[in-house]
Design a protein around this ligand. Structure first.
Ligand code: SF4
Ligand code: SF4
Length: 378
């Protein structure tokens, strides 16, 4: 990406706060990065939550994603959601889809921008096993159908681990032609997810190829698919897998993480030693200005001279990929990065000519679809 393009994408980036609205949850997912189950003892009350929405708006955030735990469990979710819409901010609710039926009318009145549901298995027994709830697969599929019937925008998130790695095809088949945006991310060892269930780097590359091949095979209308931030960038073969060109980790930049007790981090997937303050004791704008101002941004300095990324020629643009993934996997010498994996496979950067051409074609096709069909995609 040219420098100008890089600056422009940075400038126009939407700012979104990802808010763990409560830690209480009616699922017990193996890969839960927050170890959700019971609420925190000191969660923000309704009044504090409403105030936080206004503060986020005045700090320039134009979107809020409520997640959990399970956000619909909180009795005041609708009141807070109304406040978000009243402030003309985009509202996404990330849910396990177990109790959507009761909320449909409220979601319609809200004109919610997106309900994101987790679908982690292509087979009912896999999804139920991962989510820790018998019947969860049938419920989430039922919720998706119900939301679609009511024309409420939906996306599906699949978190890939060694358990469901082989079922991506099945999930793809179910989602095909349903016009549901599908985001694939990898499970990382934070919260209660064990390290030994993390996919290997080889499998990681396999998932990236799965995304790339399906992006090529299906139009964005047939399968609006994307890789999450954790997917390596600047591959020498595969096209960009994310929705937008990668301009580096957005923790503390266009992304903000809020815990249910008001703790603020650059991104929710960073560990608690990245908490920069709490909105009960410090103004949100003060936390943002002191910790996330580009001049002092804590996260720019987390790469050591010894790290693999430091020697990579894409480092200035890439900034080492997803910070949360890198820290959780402690993978500074062997990053989960497509480019780094390819370098090891091919030893140098000269790829077979045919592959380069193929990669260019899919890049252009991708770009074309993303730009021209953006309205259908979102
Ligand atoms: S090796 Fe590091 S800096 Fe280079 S492309 Fe991969 S993640 Fe980015
Ligand atoms: S830590 Fe990862 S998920 Fe969070 S903003 Fe950075 S790239 Fe995105």
């Amino acid at each position: 990406m040219s420098n100008l393009k890089y600056q422009l994408s940075n400038f126009f980036k939407h700012k979104c706060a990802v808010w763990e609205f409560t830690l209480k949850c009616n699922s017990n997912c193996i890969h839960c990065g927050s170890s959700a189950g019971k609420s925190r003892l000191d969660e923000l009350n309704t009044e504090e939550a409403l105030m936080l929405v206004k503060d986020l708006k005045s700090c320039g955030y134009d979107g809020i994603a409520l997640m959990g735990g399970e956000p619909f469990i909180r009795d005041d979710w609708y009141e807070v959601a109304q406040e978000i819409k009243k402030n003309k901010m985009k509202l996404t609710i990330v849910s396990n889809g177990l109790e959507i039926k009761e909320q449909i009318q409220k979601l319609k009145i809200l004109q919610i921008d997106c309900v994101s549901l987790s679908l982690d298995g292509g087979l009912p027994k896999t999804h139920d096993y991962i989510r820790g709830v018998r019947g969860a697969y049938d419920k989430v599929l039922g919720s998706i159908k119900l939301l679609q019937k009511e024309n409420i925008p939906i996306s599906v998130i699949t978190t890939v681990s060694k358990i469901n790695f082989k079922e991506l095809n099945l999930i793809r088949d179910w989602l095909l032609n349903k016009k549901i945006a599908w985001q694939i991310q990898i499970a990382i060892p934070i919260g209660r997810f064990p390290r030994d269930l993390v996919i290997s780097r080889k499998q990681f590359y396999g998932v990236a190829m799965f995304i790339a091949l399906n992006l090529k095979k299906y139009s964005i209308k047939e399968l609006p698919l994307m890789g999450a931030h954790c997917f390596g960038h600047f591959s020498m073969i595969l096209p960009e897998l994310g929705l937008e060109p990668w301009i580096g980790c957005q923790a503390g930049r266009s992304v903000l993480g809020i815990q249910s007790n008001g703790n603020i981090k650059g991104c929710l997937i960073l560990t608690d030693d990245s908490i920069e303050g709490n909105v009960r004791t410090t103004n949100l704008s003060d936390i943002i200005n002191s910790s996330f101002n580009p001049k002092f941004c804590q996260y720019s300095h987390k790469i050591n001279l010894q790290d693999y990324c430091y020697t990579c020629k894409m480092f200035k643009k890439c900034k080492g990929g997803c910070l949360g993934t890198r820290l959780a996997l402690n993978s500074s010498n062997k990053p989960y990065c497509l480019r780094a994996i390819e370098k090891k496979l091919f030893k140098n950067e000269s790829l077979p000519f045919r592959w380069k051409i193929d990669s260019k074609i899919s890049k252009y096709k991708n770009l074309y679809q993303r730009v021209l069909l953006k309205e259908n995609w979102r």
